[in-house]
Design a binder for this molecule. Structure first.
Ligand code: URA
Length: 240
């Protein structure tokens, strides 16, 4: 099959858009940049990548998991139960979690075999917002909240990017924090930087995808077509 047809059928874009990508050198075949649209591809034998991500014809699947505390966001682990171990009635072949939540964090985790969508959603440049619900050790003053929103020093090269804070229940010390990056332990480190501890953390949303409150921790379900369409739109992937 021609390379441009292969990429079009794999859902990378329209034929003309795909030709543009190939000419710009954004596509490799077996590790070498390929700029000829009519290069012949042996399906299953050639390794084709677009912007560094392998492109294949495998059927893509998407699940929303309400991650429970106590398992790790990995596909394999020597000591701990992984999020894939929770999926009982479906094939987990090639499935992986999109991003990581700490072992003790609960909430929204997207599991898929769609490397392109994952790559786009996790790319720091896209600044996909993620909202967390944090149970805090103490109340916060408006100055501390302003610091969290403006950017705090968590020991990285730069201050954190602007965030949005809101109380969900101030009495209960439950706060909502929306961040547009994904540094290691970011939410906990942000609150720690203003002298506050996170006692429990749950992710409620990632971009347009919102945790289904009907899912108990450990439960999962396939994404609804509309949820997937919105995510693909957010990731600027064209309709398949
Ligand atoms: N920030 C954290 O501190 N932990 C998570 O699991 C996710 C975001």
């Amino acid at each position: 099959m021609r390379l441009d047809k292969y990429l079009t059928q794999a859902g990378i874009g329209t034929r003309s858009r795909v030709k543009e990508y190939i000419r710009k050198g954004m596509v490799t075949v077996d590790g070498v940049a390929e700029t000829c649209c009519d290069r012949k591809i042996a399906e299953g034998a050639s390794l084709v990548t677009f912007q560094g991500t392998p492109v294949g014809f495998q059927k893509t699947v998407y699940y929303m998991l309400n991650k429970p505390a106590g398992c790790v966001s990995a596909t394999k682990d020597r000591h701990d139960r992984t999020v894939l171990d929770l999926l009982k009635d479906i094939s987990t072949k090639d499935l992986f979690p999109v991003g990581r939540l700490d072992k003790d964090t609960e909430g929204l985790l997207l599991l898929t075999n769609d490397g392109m969508l994952a790559h786009r959603l996790l790319s720091p440049g896209r600044k996909i917002p993620k909202q967390y619900l944090a149970k805090l050790s103490q109340d916060l003053a408006s100055e501390q909240i302003a610091m969290l929103e403006a950017g705090v020093d968590i020991g990285e090269e730069r201050l954190t990017l602007p965030a949005v804070f809101a109380w969900r229940d101030r009495q209960a010390k439950e706060a909502l924090l929306t961040i547009i990056e994904g540094k290691f332990h970011q939410v906990k480190r942000m609150f720690a930087s203003v002298g506050c501890q996170v006692l429990a953390l749950r992710r409620l949303s990632m971009g347009t995808l919102v945790l289904d409150e009907g899912l108990a921790p450990g439960e999962y379900r396939p994404l609804e077509p509309e949820e997937l369409a919105k995510l693909r739109e957010l990731a600027k992937l064209e309709d398949r």
